[in-house]
Design a binder for this molecule. Structure first.
Ligand code: SF4
Length: 291
């Protein structure tokens, strides 16, 4: 619950505000970019939403804020907005919302599938989302890209009887995982679902390709909104930057049109453009290579 007394000074006056507990995870700026802006190490309300659709977007951000740092003084129907999450990106792929502080506000995703739904990384375990997921048929598989973004995966797995999938080198974060990926892959987990090893950010980091169209990239790859290019972060590379460069180059061999990251902005581009973006990124990573 946000605290009005802790409002950050950058907020413009009005019903919505961000308080000083914000961890600058970027989720609200992705969900409601017209409302939330970025200051030094915090988000703030840069424009108060007026139209009901804009207020609804701001309320989705409020619900998804990992630290409860967004407040609303209006009499908006927050409970009514809970039914918006998970939020469709492009059928059958959804953004779960309810980002967890355990993953520093990482995004998680849902794929609705006739043979059982998939969750990619984990949101907070909260009843409104659990009920929505129950109504959508539950969760059969939880794909965990890496150790940092497992959040409440164990609770979801126990609740839904899901099988958790993670690489052995990340297993210490989820020792009870039902499926452990060994070696260098790639692994066809089911028709249309391919796990690809992308060491760099962490040693056993994997991405998930779905239907040659969607790539769930964890903390390997995202879209830089300012530069309008694909990006990877050397500052947040915990294992090996040289290995992350090799992993990135490998992705040029795969077809996809969506990059759906754990942290950072998602993007949709034609597959040919996506490949060019990957190759450009590899070149720029090589220029900044540290050995
Ligand atoms: S979602 Fe919450 S923690 Fe994340 S940047 Fe916005 S206000 Fe801050």
């Amino acid at each position: 619950m946000a605290n009005l007394k802790k409002r950050v000074v950058e907020n413009v006056p009005g019903d919505f505000y961000v308080d000083s507990t914000c961890i600058d995870c970027d989720a609200c700026r992705q969900i409601a970019p017209a409302v939330f802006g970025e200051a030094a190490e915090t988000s703030f309300v840069k424009a108060q939403p007026q139209a009901s659709a804009d207020r609804r977007q701001a309320l989705r951000a409020l619900l998804s804020c990992p630290t409860g740092s967004i407040g609303c003084l209006g009499d908006d129907d927050v409970k009514g907005v809970m039914s918006d999450l998970p939020l469709a990106i492009e059928e059958p792929v959804y953004y779960c919302g309810y980002n967890s502080p355990k993953s520093y506000g990482g995004n998680s995703y849902l794929i609705r599938h006739a043979a059982g739904n998939w969750m990619i990384d984990s949101p907070k375990f909260v009843q409104p989302l659990v009920q929505q997921l129950e109504a959508l048929g539950g969760i059969a598989h939880i794909f965990l890209t890496h150790r940092d973004d497992v959040a409440d995966a164990e609770r979801y797995a126990h609740h839904f009887g899901s099988r958790r999938i993670i690489h052995r080198d990340e297993l210490s974060s989820q020792p009870g995982a039902e499926v452990v990926l060994d070696g260098a892959g790639p692994w066809e987990l089911a028709p249309d679902f391919l796990a690809i090893l992308t060491p760099g950010h962490t040693k056993g980091h994997c991405v998930l390709q779905y239907r040659d169209r969607f790539l769930f990239t964890g903390d390997h790859l995202d879209w830089d909104r300012d530069e309008q290019h694909l990006a990877a972060s050397e500052d947040y590379c915990w294992y090996s930057w040289p290995e992350q460069i090799v992993s990135m180059e490998r992705l040029a061999d795969y077809r996809f049109e969506w990059v759906l990251p754990g942290h950072g902005q998602k993007v949709h581009l034609p597959a040919s453009e996506m490949r060019s973006e990957i190759l450009c990124l590899v070149e720029s990573m090589r220029e900044h290579k540290t050995l």
